[in-house]
Design a protein around this ligand. Structure first.
Ligand code: ZN
Length: 136
């Protein structure tokens, strides 16, 4: 089994945003030569995350961010963390810091409307994510 790991760097532009990283992941898969296996997309940050959702209508990611904002307010009585970014930590844990996508016939087995997103919750910042491709 082959295991290929690649680091990516991005600069986020907003306090909270979803950055479509599907093409970066797809290029790591295609360069790996793996035909059957999986790709793990991992975010090594405590105030960001990785998710998979619709990439056809940009309103969807807008609405997800709006919903997260409503569920997890920036300022809330009772927060203790003195960096002032407890909401971002909570969003990161809710969304999760990784995703796995199957590789079939050398391609990401994403559905027609699915894209892979780096989720910024405490930007703008320099960020990174890691893609590990495993398989034959
Ligand atoms: Zn913090």
């Amino acid at each position: 089994m082959k295991i290929i790991t690649k680091d990516f760097h991005i600069s986020t532009r907003s306090h909270c945003e979803f950055v479509d990283i599907t093409s970066e992941v797809a290029s790591a898969v295609s360069k790996s030569g793996v035909k059957e296996g999986d790709a793990i997309i991992y975010c090594p940050h405590t105030t960001a995350g990785i998710t998979i959702n619709e990439n056809a209508d940009p309103s969807v990611t807008h609405d997800i961010l709006l919903t997260l904002e409503e569920l997890i307010p920036h300022i809330r009585a009772g927060y203790r963390h003195d960096e002032g970014n407890s909401d971002a930590h909570c969003k990161s844990s809710l969304v999760g810091c990784s995703a796995t996508v199957l590789i079939k016939d050398g391609q990401l087995a994403l559905g027609t409307w699915q894209g892979i997103y780096f989720c910024e919750f405490d930007g703008p910042r320099s960020r990174s994510f890691i893609v590990q491709v495993r398989g034959e």
